[in-house]
Design a protein around this ligand. Sequence first.
Ligand SMILES: [Zn+2]
Length: 205
Amino acid sequence: MKEILPRQIESLMNILGTIPGIGAKTAERISFHIITSKDNMVQKLIDVLYDIKENIKICSECGMISDTDPCHICLSPERNREILCVVEKPTDVITIEKTGEYNGLYHVLWGVISPLEGIGPSDINISKLIERIRNLGIKEVFFALDPDSEGETTMAFIASKLRDIEGLNITTIARGIPLGGNIEYSDMYTLSRAIRFRTRLNDNL
Ligand SMILES: [Zn+2]
């Protein structure tokens, strides 16, 4: 099948096929949809991807994806600047924002510590996090990491670096998210409860 395809279409299918959740068959369907669309989709995609390439950056404060640096959340005077929510990836920020339960700052780690995969503390955005907590006068660090062993290891490591900060509350997402679950795929009700009933971590680490 592939031999009869022009290499340009094959390249597009190969790129789409690397996206998590998109298999070869779906990649083929999307590719043909784009190419045969009467809506000038090829040019629209070129324009939007170029705009993303030129204008989307990573906030040098919190690590979130944004079109400004610092990002809108870091700059907002309406956010509670005494609480900082630590997440694994940018999509977790979006998921938590949608609950409307949280109005503090964020910090995106871009991963979690995973000895099995050879990911150590220096491979993710931890040193900037420690620096921010100290410099911003944060009163509560709220971990919203997936409740699995990597999440636990990451929390324990970061908490160990914060022990000397007097009066700092360390909390974690609580009821509702099942062990081994995933923040991104939680329903809004479950995640809202988990944020509202977050628990204090200081005593357990
Ligand atoms: Zn930011």
